[in-house]
Ligand binder design. Structure first.
Ligand code: FES
Ligand code: FE2
Length: 395
C-alpha cells in the first residue's frame, strides 16, 4: 500500500480508480462496539496514553505572531497557556496559579507582559517564572525559582504549534511524524502562510466520532448532496498508509473531463483534494489554493463531548498577489461556506450518532474496507491505548 509516487502520478492513480469505479481498500471489514465512544475508562486512557503521550497540534504559529501573544487551550488533561517568547520561541504552561490554584488567565487569546493572578495578585513573567508574591514580607519564606508555572512540552514545526499534554513528557515532532510525513509537511512551507481564521465548536459528540467524519470519503454524496457532494467524488481514494499517519487523494468532479480523454502531461493539482491524517487528531486538507486544518479534542472528563477546531490556512496577502480587500472577501466567503456545511450537515448527524450509541442495546457496528482512513485512525488510536495500558500494567 505504501507508495512514494510523485504527486502527478498519485493524482493519475486516483483518476484510474475513478475510471474503474473503485477505491483503495483496507484488508478487512472490522466490527466495533458502541462503548468505544461512551466508556469513561477508555476515555481516560485516551487522554493519558494518547494526548498525554504524543504531540498534537494546538494552533498555527501565525496565531501567536508577536512576542507575548498568548492563547489558552483546554487540552484533554490540562488547561494550558501557550505564549510566544521574546526570542520568538513558544512556551506552554498549565494555566494555574501556583499559590492556591486560581485560573491564571481566562481569556482565549491576548497579548500580555505579565500574568497577574486575580485572586491575590501574584504575578508571572511570560517565561513562566514567578515574579511577585504580594505582601511577601508576611507570606513567609518561599523559593520563587521553585514556584514558576508548570511547563508543558511544546514545539513549533512546519508552521504549527504542537504540544504533548503532559508536564512529565518530552516532545519530538519530527520523530513522531516519521520521515515520510515530516518531509510532506516540510514541502508545504506552511510557516509562510497565515491562519486566516480559527473557530472552535464544542459538540456533544465523542472526539472519535467527530474525527471519523472528517476522514470519511464515503458519506459525501449522501450527507452533503447539495454542497460537498457536488464538488468532490464519493468513495474514491488513492491512499497511502505511513504506519501512523496517512494521506489520500480524492478527485474533484472537475476531473471528469479526463475520464475519456487523456490529460497528457499537464499538472492535475486543481482537480483533487488531498487529505492528510496526522495521528492522533488532525485532518489537514490540501485544497488547490489553501489548506484547512481540522482538530478534534476529547473533553477533559466526559466521553460524550469534544471540541472541534477549524483553521483556514492561506497565502499571505503579499504572496497571494491580491488586493487586501479582495483577499479578505474571498477567504471570508470560503470560511462561511465551510461553517454552514459543518453546522447544517455534519454536526446534526454526528450528535445523532452519539445519541444512538448511548442506547443500552446498541449492537456492534462495522467499518468497511473502503473506509480506509477510518480504519487507520482506529487501528492507531487503539495501538496507543494498548501500549499505554501495557506500560502502566493496568490501573
Ligand atoms: S491563587 Fe493566585 S495569587 Fe493566590
Ligand atoms: Fe461531512
Amino acid at each position: 500500500m505504501t507508495t512514494s509516487l510523485p504527486r502527478q502520478d498519485r493524482i493519475r492513480r486516483a483518476l484510474e480508480l475513478l475510471r474503474n469505479e473503485t477505491t483503495d481498500k483496507f484488508d478487512e471489514v472490522i466490527d466495533f462496539a458502541p462503548g468505544e465512544f461512551t466508556d469513561p475508562v477508555l476515555a481516560q486512557d485516551e487522554r493519558d496514553y494518547i494526548f498525554g503521550t504524543v504531540p498534537s497540534i494546538v494552533a498555527h504559529g501565525s496565531e501567536l505572531a508577536k512576542p507575548n501573544d498568548f492563547m489558552t487551550v483546554q487540552m484533554p488533561r490540562n488547561n494550558i497557556i501557550v505564549i510566544r517568547q521574546k526570542d520568538r520561541s513558544v512556551k506552554a504552561f498549565v494555566n494555574l496559579c501556583r499559590h492556591r490554584g486560581a485560573l491564571l488567565e481566562d481569556r482565549e487569546k491576548g497579548r500580555c507582559r505579565i500574568f497577574s493572578c486575580p485572586y491575590h495578585r501574584w504575578s508571572y513573567d511570560p517565561d513562566g517564572s514567578l515574579r511577585t508574591i504580594t505582601r511577601d514580607t508576611t507570606f513567609g519564606d518561599v523559593d520563587r525559582a521553585e514556584h514558576g508555572l508548570i511547563e508543558i512540552p511544546v514545539e513549533e514545526r512546519h508552521g504549527f504549534i504542537w504540544v504533548v499534554d503532559n508536564a512529565n513528557a518530552t516532545i519530538d515532532v519530527a520523530d513522531w511524524l516519521g520521515p515520510e510525513m515530516d518531509a510532506i509537511l516540510s514541502e508545504y512551507r506552511l510557516e509562510d502562510s497565515v491562519c486566516f481564521k480559527a473557530g472552535g465548536f464544542d459538540e456533544p459528540t465523542n472526539w472519535k466520532i467527530m474525527q471519523d467524519a472528517f476522514l470519511d470519503g464515503y458519506h459525501i454524496q449522501y450527507a452533503h448532496p447539495n454542497t460537498a457532494g457536488k464538488i468532490i467524488h464519493t468513495n474514491v481514494m488513492a491512499f497511502e498508509d505511513f504506519g501512523r499517519h496517512c494521506r489520500f487523494i480524492a478527485p474533484r468532479k472537475t476531473i471528469d473531463r479526463f475520464l475519456e480523454e487523456d490529460p497528457g502531461e499537464q499538472p492535475l493539482d486543481k482537480y483533487v483534494t488531498e487529505t492528510h491524517f496526522l495521528l492522533p487528531n488532525s485532518t489537514l486538507l490540501r485544497q488547490p489554493d489553501h489548506f484547512q486544518l481540522l482538530t478534534f479534542r476529547p473533553h477533559p472528563t466526559d466521553p460524550t463531548q469534544s471540541r472541534m477546531e477549524q483553521r483556514l490556512i492561506v497565502p499571505t496577502v503579499e504572496n497571494s498577489g491580491m488586493e487586501a480587500e479582495r483577499w479578505e472577501r474571498l477567504w471570508t466567503k470560503n470560511w462561511d461556506i465551510l461553517l454552514a456545511v459543518l453546522h447544517n450537515e455534519d454536526f446534526p448527524l454526528l450528535r445523532g450518532s452519539q445519541r444512538g450509541m448511548g442506547s443500552a442495546d446498541a449492537g456492534d457496528m462495522m467499518l468497511g474496507r473502503n473506509e480506509i482512513a477510518n480504519q487507520v485512525f482506529r487501528r492507531e488510536t487503539r495501538r496507543l491505548v494498548e501500549a499505554g495500558r501495557a506500560v502502566s500494567g493496568g490501573r
